[in-house]
Design a protein around this ligand. Sequence first.
Ligand SMILES: [Zn+2]
Length: 386
Amino acid sequence: MPTDVALVIFLLIISKSGYAFYSTLGDILHFYSHAALHHPELIKFKEIELQNNSLSLPLVTIANFSTVAPPKPVAVLVFGEHARELITTEVCLWLSKVLLGDHKDFLSWSQTVEAVALAAPVTQEKDLSQWIQEWRSMILSKLTLKVLPLENVDGRVLWEGGDLCRRKTASDVDLNRNWDFAWHAQSRSSEMYGGEAPFSEPQSRYLRDAAGQWKPVAFINVHSGEWAVYTPWDSRESLGAGLLDLDPLVQKMGKICDCMAGPSGAISGYLAYGTSMDYMYARLGVKYPFTIEVYGGGDSGKLKGKRSKPLSTFNITTAAYHRRMLLQPGLNQKHHSSILSLVANSKQVEKGCFQMFNPCDENVYREVISHWVVSLLVMLSTIAAT
Ligand SMILES: [Zn+2]
């Protein structure tokens, strides 16, 4: 078969595979590096060096920097804490695009029209783009967003290396069980292994110390595996004291996602120990503590006995992989093809892992993105207005 014919057939297969809309680690870092260069008045990007520079943590700050104003309340948003939950970082990318004003595509989706209709009435006085603009201005002028688009970078590197069921970091720790509130010792083989001790991991220590300085008014931790809007407690079957005022916001977000909303431990069917949401709420007094679960392919996000591949199968010296990727010209397209074929050609079990945590159909992808971006705009603008 001539090479060009083979190429056309390959591209056709790829375009039908349904994963073309996902970004790689390289795409994500590339996007934020460029955004910071092109919109210095709205966004800053830096990679925080951790663990003697062997690990870095991408940090994005979004606010209207062009006006001189007293320090604004900070909202912290964390995405990509669990490696396989790719869709969470996609929500982050699209939220960032909308906040930067690059939302032409987003506004053209029928799913966005539906999402906005659930959040706010589109009337003759105010149309779709005006609602988005109103939320956007409120957020940019009144808040500073501190965003971790991809907290678990080394886990993501292993994921892109073929470990499609990976949840934890390359050190085999669940970052959302590593916090010093109701922390429990667990077996290392557990998918909820919270490390040898609370704050054993550099990512958690960084976020703890940074949050101690930022004193955030809101903390929003974004996951997938189910659909939900959670408030504390993760570690108890009850609502955290002083959170009753959040009810209208929680109800509204529950309406937009058409999903369960309320105290996590009481409605999810499981308790989680040593989580960042419980810590931010209990130890730092964060007024708006949330965990949102943006997509679930099955009835829940439980592992049901599946295990990740052993770490020894992979080269774990590649923690600086993402930085090298940024330096490679033509990286995006080349790597994009490899991630597409990675999912499309993976074994059924691993494909199942992908499907449990991430939408595979582009229409569903747009539905998830549009509804959660609108939901986050509503949440952040509500917080900004108080
Ligand atoms: Zn998760």
